[in-house]
Write a protein that binds this ligand. Structure first.
Ligand code: FAD
Length: 222
């Protein structure tokens, strides 16, 4: 994938070079974007006074940028806007890997780590687009029916974008990698796929909705 501005692969840096399990590593932009577009939230790390914090957050992808939003008072967003470096991690958990030995138990996953410095969006139109993308990321088509944010709500929201440039991907799939010496151990071995599945939509009990449940919500999947 040739992105809007960047190359089809991320150039590994000294900070994103994967040292262990190299075959699982990738720098392919299209793969990273597929993972990001499927995930519902990211975990954003930042350090203040030597103390690392990792905070879960909703996000959206705007071409080659990750969009984060929250209250003006959010410590993470304030810090990011002030130039504190960020690390955003997204993980899709795909399954349990059950080996014959305890040592080779593992998880199947697809994950992306993005390092960088964020920029605060101040342009109102850019903030509007970001809010739309954040809602669309969760449920496609939702921005067409939900009321858009007004000026007061936009003013109360801080929005950062993080360039998706210094990034790496790791993927593990398939079954266990047992040692030959353990193949005779009488213990079931294999993997258990895990997926995120939606339950049935529950209408707002306090204020019953005036519209019927959207068809797409009945078949919601990532
Ligand atoms: C799936 C998910 C998506 C979210 N999406 C967003 C979003 O898009 N925007 C947004 O602003 N917030 C989001 N939140 C909430 C977010 O994780 C923080 O709780 C929130 O931003 C608090 O900011 P703060 O500056 O008040 O807290 P901080 O000052 O950053 O936090 C102070 C302390 O509170 C504790 N704390 C903060 N958040 C959490 C947490 N989630 N769980 C446990 N302890 C915590 C920690 O000990 C932290 O050091 C999301 C949470 C989840 C779980």
């Amino acid at each position: 994938m040739q992105s809007q501005h960047g190359a089809s692969s991320f150039a590994p840096t000294s900070r994103t070079a994967v040292h262990r399990m190299r075959p699982r590593a990738s720098y392919d932009r299209a793969l990273a974007y597929a993972i990001l577009d499927e995930a519902l939230f990211c975990s954003v790390g930042f350090a203040l006074d030597g103390q690392p914090y990792v905070i879960p957050m909703a996000f959206a992808r705007w071409d080659d940028r990750l969009v984060l939003h929250g209250a003006l008072a959010s410590r993470l967003l304030k810090s990011g806007a002030g130039g504190v470096p960020l690390c955003a991690t997204v993980t899709l958990l795909d399954g349990l890997v059950l080996a014959r030995s305890a040592f080779h138990h593992s998880l199947n996953y697809r994950s992306v780590v993005i390092l960088g410095t964020a920029t605060e969006l101040v342009d109102v139109e850019e903030k509007r687009v970001s809010m739309r993308l954040l809602v669309e990321h969760v449920h496609k088509g939702r921005s067409d029916v939900a009321r858009a944010p007004n000026d007061k709500e936009l003013a109360a929201t801080r929005i950062l974008t993080l360039p998706i440039e210094e990034a790496s991907i790791k993927v593990r799939s398939g079954g266990p990698l047992d040692d030959d010496a353990d193949l005779g151990v009488e213990c079931w071995a294999g993997h258990l796929p895990l997926t995120l599945t939606a339950g049935s939509p529950v209408p707002d009990a306090a204020h019953p909705p005036l519209a019927s449940v959207p068809e797409a919500l009945l078949h919601y999947q990532r």
